[in-house]
Design a protein around this ligand. Sequence first.
Ligand SMILES: Nc1ncnc2c1ncn2[C@@H]1O[C@H](COP(=O)(O)OP(=O)(O)OP(=O)(O)O)[C@@H](O)[C@H]1O
Ligand SMILES: *[C@@H]1O[C@H](CO)[C@@H](O)[C@H](O)[C@H]1NC(C)=O
Ligand SMILES: *[C@@H]1O[C@H](CO)[C@@H](O)[C@H](O)[C@H]1NC(C)=O
Ligand SMILES: *[C@@H]1O[C@H](CO)[C@@H](O)[C@H](O)[C@H]1NC(C)=O
Ligand SMILES: *[C@@H]1O[C@H](CO)[C@@H](O)[C@H](O)[C@H]1NC(C)=O
Length: 491
Amino acid sequence: MGNSLRAAALLAFVVLSILLSLLISSMQQFGARISHFSNASLAGDEETASLRRALIYQLNERRKEIIPLLPPIDNDENRQSGETRFSSRLDSTLDYNLWNEITDGSRKAHMDGMGCDSLAGMQAVDVLGSGYTKLVVKVNLAGGQPVALKLVNEQGIDMGKCLEDFKDPQGCRELVSYKLQKEIVLLQRLQHPNVIKLKGHCVGDAGNHGEKGTEGGRVTVILEQGSPLQMIQLLQSPWEDRFRVCLDLVQLLHFLSQSPLGSVALLDFQPRQFVTVSGKLKLTDLDDASAEETTCQTDADCTLQFPKRNFTVPCSAQGVCEGLNEKRNIYNAYRYFFTYLLPHQAPPGLTHLVDNIMNSTGELKADINQTLEAFERILLLYKSGLHLDNLPPSIIRDYTVMRGMGTSGNVEYRCWPSYSQQGCVLSVHSAREAAYICNYHSQCNSFSLTGEKTWTGRFLASFRSSFTHLVPDETLEVYVKKTKVPENPPV
Ligand SMILES: Nc1ncnc2c1ncn2[C@@H]1O[C@H](COP(=O)(O)OP(=O)(O)OP(=O)(O)O)[C@@H](O)[C@H]1O
Ligand SMILES: *[C@@H]1O[C@H](CO)[C@@H](O)[C@H](O)[C@H]1NC(C)=O
Ligand SMILES: *[C@@H]1O[C@H](CO)[C@@H](O)[C@H](O)[C@H]1NC(C)=O
Ligand SMILES: *[C@@H]1O[C@H](CO)[C@@H](O)[C@H](O)[C@H]1NC(C)=O
Ligand SMILES: *[C@@H]1O[C@H](CO)[C@@H](O)[C@H](O)[C@H]1NC(C)=O
C-alpha cells in the first residue's frame, strides 16, 4: 500500500511541477477583462455551439454567485455598522476592484498582499492535499517563506465532469477557477483567527504563450501554510488537544453566525476542510460556504435533515428560517467533531459539563453563544485547576520533593495518551494532580515537573518507574514516592 501511495504522490508531484512551471512562465501575461473563447474552429458546428452556450451560462451563474459577496464600497464604514444584508444591496454599491483583480489580474485594489511577483523563484516542496476541485501545494517562496498554494486540480472530479460535459479545457479551467475566486472573496471578507489567512493571489494567463487576452486567467491562491487535520492522529492525542480543536471550531462558528456576510453556513462540513497552524484549527475550504437564508412560508419549510436526526426551526414573520445556518453548523460540529473528540478521556471533574455540551449540541438545544459560553467555562475550570478541588490535598505528602534536581538512568514506562513516545508524559495542573496520577499508575514511583507548558498553561510532568541518579537541574523538581500506596486509590 505504501508503495502505490508513494507512486501516486510522485505522479501528483510531477504533474504539479509541470503546472507550476507553466504558471511561472506565464506570470507576466495578464488576461483581458472579459474572457473569450476561441470560437473560430467551432463555426458551423451546432452541437459545439450549444455546448458553448451552456458553458457560458454556467460561467455566468458562478459569477452571479460571487458578485453579492464582494465588499461594499466603503469598507471601513461597513465594518463599524456591522449589519449588512447583501441581498438588499444594489450592485452599484459593491466594490468591484477586488472582482477585477481576481478575474483579470489588475492590481488596483491590493486587497491582499502578495501577487504573481511573489511567486517568482519559489520552490515546490510537496503536495499538501487535493480534493474535488483544488490542488494544494507546499511551497517555499524565494525569500524562504513557507506558504500553501491552491490551484485548480486538473485531475479533480470537478474538472473531469466539466470536460465530459463541455469538452473545452480552457473554458472548464475558467469555470472551476470560479471556486477559487469565490474562496478569495470569502477569505477576504471572513477574516478570523480560525480561518486560514489569505496572503495574496495571482491571476496569470497560462497555457497560451504570447497570444495575449484570448484565455481566462489561471488563478493561484497564496495561503498561510497549515497541516491537514488528521482525525486518526487527533483521536490518539491528549484530551486537552482534542478539546482545543473543538473550542476553536466553536469560536469559528460563533464568528460565522454573525459575520460581515450575515449568518454563514458551511455546507460541506468535514474534517478535511480544516487544517491546523501551530495547533490552532483553521478553516481552509470556503467554496461551499453560504450566506443565503432559507425562505419559508411555514415551519415545515425549515427542516434540517441529517442521517440520524431531523430538526425543524421556526419560520419567522419575515419569511426566513430563523437560525437555520447557525443550527446546521452546530449539529455538524457535533456529529463530525464533538462525538469523536470531546467525551473520550475528559478530566473526571469536567465530564458533567462535557456531557451537557454533547447533549445540548446533539439536540440543538443551545445556540452558538450558549455553546461558546459552555466551552469557555470548561476552559476556565481546566486552566485554574478548580475541577480538581476534590483531590485530597494530603496526596502530595506521600512524596518526597527535591527541587532543582532532575534524574538520570530512568526506567520509563508507557502511558496513554503520552506527550512523548519514549515514556509517560502528561499535562498536570500541579504537583498534587501529578501525585494523584502517579498513585493511579502501578508502575509509577517518581515524577518530575518540567518547565514546559501546554497551550492551556498546564505543566508537562514525566512519570517513571525508577531512576539511578539525581542530577542538578534548575528547571526541574523530582518527586519520589515515600512508601508503597494502594494501587487504586478511591477517586
Ligand atoms: N493552507 C493549507 N495548508 C495545508 N494544507 C491545506 C491548506 N489548504 C488546504 N489544504 C489541504 O488540501 C486539501 C484540499 O483543499 P480544499 O479542501 O480547499 O480542496 P477541495 O478540492 O475543495 O477539496 P474537497 O473535495 O474536500 O472539497 C484539504 O483537504 C487540506 O488537507
Ligand atoms: C465568436 O462568436 C462571436 C459571437 O458568437 C462572434 O462575434 C465572434 O466574431 C466569433 N469569433 C471568432 C473568432 O469567430
Ligand atoms: C427525516 O425526514 C425525511 C423526510 O421527511 C425522512 O424520510 C427521514 O426518515 C427522517 N429521518 C429521521 C431520522 O427521522
Ligand atoms: C440528551 O439527554 C436526553 C435525556 O437524558 C436523552 O434522552 C437524549 O438521548 C440525549 N441526547 C443526546 C444527543 O445525547
Ligand atoms: C451572541 O453574542 C453576540 C456577541 O458576542 C451578541 O451580539 C448577540 O446578540 C448574541 N446573540 C444572542 C442570540 O444572544
